[in-house]
Each structure stands twice: as structure tokens, then as C-alpha cells.
Design a protein around this ligand. Structure first.
Ligand SMILES: [Zn+2]
Length: 355
């Protein structure tokens, strides 16, 4: 099975988050037949090349997809090739990266390099990262990681986090005709929302500013009643210089409403340019500097491990109808990962010798 056939197969197995059993079973069958020693936890699978010697490199991507959106002009769960494009749900995000990593594993398994590599393909990336969080403790110490997502093979060295706050404005109900007896919770929320709209946080030197976006609001029970409660959600795409708890406290102090953290598990993250994983990736990509990414990924759960996000495809095609990967991108992806592995081990060998 060549790269294109493998990607066709992966795309033709529906794997919307929460339903990855079939793809995990199918892929571990293919890999086991080729002699890889596949391990599995729930619907995430991984295998290792090398004998646990360091440095230990992790290549990680995800098997799940979002549900198909409206606007597809073909069956999203059937891969088909047209004008050099492989079209189907997940072709770009991120089964192209999965296929490229597997082809890389096949290519390099009989070559020499100083270290070991774990290839992991996990479930639930699109829904909360349950897959990567479950397997991480079982992988042992990891010296560096590559997260396979469509970046056009550009080297992403910083990624925004996600902090979601749930704010509740409390008031006092009354008949709207006797409004002086009540306290309008929606008015209170409105004042807070105006404050949030102009609130500024310390900007990151590469990623820039973080904004507080109010994304949902509910309040009021009847058209003739002063509302005693109004709830709204705030979405903050945070940068690595900001601490989630500090930001939440800052907002809590500035608002009249009660502020609670609804979700903070997607930490903002970045890797220093001096790390071997960054230097190796930039050298292979023939680039001088990394790029920044506004979308979250499983990288958020690898905090403390030097990592880059890089893979074939284009993030703008993700979660959209008629998602595709160019066959030429797939081929370049395989070439990139293979060259990267050798370059990384060459650069890291010296460093780990001193650990
Ligand atoms: Zn993805």
C-alpha cells in the first residue's frame, strides 16, 4: 500500500470524534501485518522504533475528524482523486499527516539513527484531547515531539491556547413596571461586556494581542420582568506569555459579574528556537524562522516537551466542505518527516550525551 492508497483507506473509514474504533482497529491491523509492534489504549494507537535509547522522539497526529459540515458536493466519507487532489473528510486534517508519518516509519525503520522514535495516532483531538492525554504517561520520557497538522510544511513554533470563562451577572427580579424594586442583571452584564470589549492584555512578541470575545449570552425569563440573572461566555485565545489563572483573576476583578473558569486545558505553548527540534525542522524546511498558529491542537497537552507543529496540507481547508490534500503535498510530507528525523538525531546526539 503506497502513501496515496493508505490515505484513501484512512479517509474512507469514518472516524468522527467518539467513533474511532474502526479506524484504530483497521490501522493497527495494517501496521501489525508490516511488523510494527502496535500498542493500543482505547482508540489511540502507537508503536516504537528503536530500543528506548535516547533521544526519544515522538511523532504524533490524530485519527479523528470533525463531523461533516454542509456544502459537500461528494460523499465526505468516500475518498476520491480528482486533478491531483485526494478529496474526503479528514484528508487534510489530519489523515494526510498520519499517512505521511506511517510512510516515513516504513522508510526509516531499516536505516541507522542514534535514538528511538514513537509514532502515535490518537483519538479525540477535535473534541478535547482525551486520546493524547491517556497515552502520554505510557510513552516514557520524550525528548522532543512533532505534531502532525496541516501547516503547509511550515514550522510552527508557537500556538495559542484557549481560555473560556463563564460569567454570571446576578440581580433582583421584579415586575418591569416596578423596576425600582429590582436590579437588572442584563444591564449589569451589558456594562461588563462593554468593559471586556476594550480590555487589553500583555501582547506576545510574535503572536500579538489577546482579545476577550463574548460568544454566547442568555438571560431573562419574561418580557415584562426585570431579570435576576444573565450568563455569558468569554473566549480568549491566549498567548504563551499569559497565565490562564492570572487572566481569569484580572477579569474577575474588573467585572461586576461572577467569573468562573469554564475551560482552561488548552494551554498556550511555544518552543525556543535554540531547541534541536526547531533547528532541525527549520533546516529541512529551508526556513529561517518558525511561524505561529492561532488554532489549538494536541500540542497543548505536551507542555514541557520541546515540539513543533508541522505537516502537509493547509489549515484553511480544515473543517470545511470538499476538504482535500494534494497528492504532491502528501509526497512532500513523507520526504519532510524522513529528512527531519535524520537531521534531528544528528543535532540532538551531542546534547543528550551531556544529560
Ligand atoms: Zn487537526
Amino acid at each position: 500500500m503506497n502513501a496515496v492508497q493508505l490515505l484513501e483507506r484512512l479517509v474512507s473509514i469514518p472516524s468522527v470524534s467518539g467513533n474511532e474504533d474502526e479506524i484504530a482497529t483497521n490501522l493497527s491491523g495494517i501496521l501489525s501485518k508490516e511488523g510494527f509492534k502496535v500498542q493500543r489504549e482505547d482508540n489511540s494507537i502507537w508503536f516504537m522504533l528503536g530500543e528506548r535509547e535516547r533521544p526519544h522522539l515522538l511523532l504524533l497526529s490524530h485519527l479523528d475528524t470533525v463531523p461533516p459540515c454542509a456544502g459537500w458536493t461528494s460523499d465526505p466519507f468516500k475518498a476520491h482523486i480528482e486533478n491531483g487532489k485526494l478529496i474526503g473528510l479528514g484528508a487534510n486534517d489530519a489523515k494526510g499527516s498520519v499517512a505521511a508519518m506511517i510512510l516515513t516509519a516504513r522508510e526509516i525503520r531499516h536505516t541507522h539513527y542514534e535514538g528511538s522514535i514513537t509514532f502515535a495516532f490518537v483519538a479525540d483531538e477535535e473534541r478535547g484531547g482525551e486520546g493524547v492525554r491517556a497515552i502520554k504517561p505510557r510513552l516514557g520520557h520524550i525528548d522532543a515531539a512533532v505534531v502532525g497538522e496541516p501547516t503547509g510544511l511550515q514550522i510552527c513554533t508557537a500556538q495559542r491556547g484557549l481560555l473560556i470563562l463563564r460569567c454570571t451577572a446576578h440581580g433582583k427580579a421584579s415586575h418591569a413596571a416596578h423596576a425600582h424594586l429590582g436590579e437588572n442583571a442584563i444591564h449589569k452584564a451589558a456594562r461588563d461586556i462593554s468593559r471586556l470589549a476594550v480590555m487589553e492584555f500583555e501582547a506576545h512578541e510574535d503572536l500579538g494581542a489577546t482579545r476577550a470575545e463574548v460568544t454566547q449570552i442568555t438571560g431573562g425569563l419574561a418580557r415584562n420582568q426585570v431579570p435576576d440573572r444573565c450568563e455569558f461566555f468569554v473566549d480568549l485565545r491566549t498567548t504563551p506569555n499569559l497565565d490562564h489563572a492570572t487572566v481569569a483573576n484580572e477579569i474577575g476583578a474588573a467585572l461586576e459579574s461572577e467569573v468562573a473558569i469554564h475551560s482552561h486545558r488548552y494551554e498556550p505553548i511555544s518552543t525556543n528556537a535554540s531547541e534541536a527540534v526547531v533547528r532541525a525542522a527549520l533546516e529541512v524546511a529551508d526556513a529561517t524562522a518558525g511561524i505561529e498558529s492561532v488554532t489549538t491542537s494536541d500540542w497543548a497537552f505536551l507542555k514541557g516537551t520541546p515540539a513543533v507543529k508541522v505537516g502537509p496540507g493547509d489549515t484553511n481547508r480544515s473543517h470545511r466542505p470538499n476538504e482535500y490534500l494534494l497528492l504532491s503535498e502528501l509526497e512532500k510530507g513523507v520526504a519532510f518527516y524522513s529528512r527531519f528525523i535524520h537531521t534531528y538525531f544528528r543535532m540532538a546526539a551531542k546534547e543528550v550525551a551531556h544529560v
